[in-house]
Write a protein that binds this ligand. Structure first.
Ligand SMILES: *Cc1c(COP(=O)(O)O)cnc(C)c1O
Length: 538
């Protein structure tokens, strides 16, 4: 607790619980540093705050708006307002656009694109990870005040990446005090630009490991390390994957900000009108932030979940069943078949299950319990038990559901979904370029495809904001193959930022390691030792 400030006592939306019922009444600092709850659940605020006077936010800058929103979820007794403002300022000053997340009008009809890729790694993940990196540092510096050597609290962030998360995490954590970051990527299997983004980061606390294996192998190694008693005894491991509660929080801001941008940009859209958001979705972290925003009071007609061919979420909204594999393999005698995640043109959305979906299920289970007329305490407990049972089933049988039809219907009041194939993704990159001379990355193209279908359902008068989650230069192969026959198209001149051109000239730092968690563990330990030495001599 901050000793320099005696802020007001935390509200219900500033205390946190676990989706599986094991933890209750935790501080924001605890849930940020822990990442995952001890019972395997994810952290949520006890309740989502209602923003009663949200209309007064309409002319705020991105940073001012972030301050208003974060203050509802973080008690000033934990982070004094002046400190929070300073953290926000540092987190969003690294963006290349003054507006942080500008809104562009894509077509004559009411389709707008929210560009979320103007941060240091050119992915929407920067919106959350720039903030998370500064939060980690803030909490650690405070914990370590007046401490030296072994007494200092040191956080080791270990993560696996197929590209986007790793580069955004590295840009969020480079040079941060009392933090080591080790990112595993599958050697030779990520895009050259993403590899260069990570390996050219030569800050001493950043360590890249190229694992001779697949992305799944990398993820398995990280999971094993988190479960390994020896590792946990010697290192304090932290996670930056999308389960961290602060990441969802940070993402709420751009839903609100784009709504106000739309009011400023469109003469036919007034404050209070409803908009549709379309979000290219993988782990459900981004669109979950949209859900929080609507619960706070943001006028949204629907949130459209856009998936690629890894469509567990689309299948859920269609059937009420949440299952790893859409079809069971007849040869497996009814057993769940080997997990199969498809490789698509939008790799950051290639998932088998969506980790943040658990948070939505908790809210839906709680709202269902509330219809039975019991008190809030009971409803929360009930929701925790329901989620625990669902996720036990997911683990043992590869799925759960169908969920109660009232739960599904309640969810459908907010959500719609759509599935977009690789072929359709390419087609949209092409048609969008032909119509608007705008180059979409494949993830954003999944969103725009779903947005166009949604427009066809609602009619062109409904305003749509489709989220653009990555810069097209990060996925040059797909973009170039979609646009290779377009007259006058030149990738180097029209798409590639100068900053990317310079990457190939820079010094790199990366170590290759065998696909073995024990080997990785020993390397991680030696890196952390080096980092601790460097810090104590600094
Ligand atoms: C991570 C990512 C997504 C998916 O976001 P979720 O929060 O996991 O749903 C989509 N597009 C890009 C480019 C990403 O990096």
């Amino acid at each position: 607790m901050a000793n320099e400030s005696a802020g007001a006592a935390p509200t219900e939306s500033q205390r946190y619980l676990s989706t599986r019922g094991g933890d209750y009444d935790l501080s924001f600092e605890t849930v940020v540093l822990k990442g995952l709850a001890a019972d395997g659940g994810l952290f949520l605020p006890h309740e989502i705050p209602i923003a009663a006077d949200w209309q007064s936010w309409k002319d705020l800058s991105y940073k001012e708006l972030a301050f208003e929103i974060f203050s509802l979820y973080i008690s000033s007794s934990e982070i004094p307002s002046e400190d929070l403002k300073e953290i926000i300022d540092r987190s969003y000053s690294t963006f290349r656009e003054e507006e942080v997340t500008p809104l562009v009008h894509l077509q004559d009809d009411n389709l707008y694109l929210l560009e979320l890729f103007h941060g240091p790694s050119y992915s929407f993940k920067d919106c959350a990870l720039q903030f998370l990196g500064n939060l980690f540092e803030y909490f650690l510096v405070r914990k370590n005040h007046g401490k030296e050597g072994k007494d200092r609290h040191h956080l080791t962030v270990v993560g696996a990446t197929s590209g986007d998360t790793g580069s955004a995490a590295i840009y969020g954590l480079r040079g941060k005090k009392d933090v080591s970051v080790v990112i595993l990527h599958p050697k030779g299997r990520i895009s050259p630009i993403q590899e260069a983004q990570m390996t050219t980061c030569t800050d001493s606390n950043v360590h890249n490991l190229a694992v001779t294996g697949t992305f799944d192998d990398c993820q398995d190694i990280v999971k094993t390390l988190f479960g390994d008693a020896d590792t946990n005894q010697t290192l304090k491991l932290g996670a930056v994957n999308s389960i961290n509660a602060s990441r969802v929080l940070a993402q709420i801001v751009f839903y609100w900000y784009s709504y106000f941008s739309l009011v400023r940009k469109s003469s036919s859209f007034k404050l209070g009108d409803k908009v549709r958001f379309v979000t290219p979705t993988g782990n459900f972290g981004n669109i979950l932030a949209g859900y929080y925003a609507t619960k706070m009071g943001l006028p949204a007609d629907k949130l459209v979940v856009a998936t690629n061919e890894n469509d567990i979420l689309h299948r859920f909204w269609t059937t009420g069943r949440y299952e790893k594999n859409g079809v069971q393999d007849a040869k497996s005698n009814g057993n769940v078949t080997a997990d199969a995640c498809k490789e698509t043109y939008s790799p950051a959305m290639d998932i088998l299950v969506s980790s943040n979906f658990e948070r939505l299920m908790w809210f839906l289970a709680k709202e269902y319990a509330a219809t039975l007329g019991m008190n809030d305490q009971f409803n929360k407990k009930q929701a925790g038990q329901e989620v625990l049972a669902w996720y036990k089933s997911l683990k043992t049988t590869g799925g759960f559901g169908p969920v109660h039809k009232d739960i599904l219907e309640n969810g459908r009041l907010t959500f719609e979904s759509d599935r977009v194939s690789d072929v359709e993704t390419l087609e949209t990159i092409k048609s969008c370029y032909q119509k608007n001379k705008y180059v979409l990355d494949p993830h954003s193209a999944v969103g725009v495809t779903a947005a166009q279908r949604s427009l066809a359902r609602t009619g062109p008068q409904t305003h749509h904001i489709s989220l653009s989650t990555a810069h097209p230069a990060k996925f040059s192969d797909v973009v170039q193959s979609a646009l290779k026959n377009e007259a006058g198209f030149n990738f180097e001149e029209q798409v590639l930022p100068d900053e990317f051109k310079a990457l190939s000239q820079k010094e790199t730092r990366v170590a290759t390691v065998e696909n073995s968690w024990e080997k990785v563990r020993e390397i991680v330990k030696s890196y952390v030792e080096e980092d601790l030495k460097a810090e104590s001599s600094a």
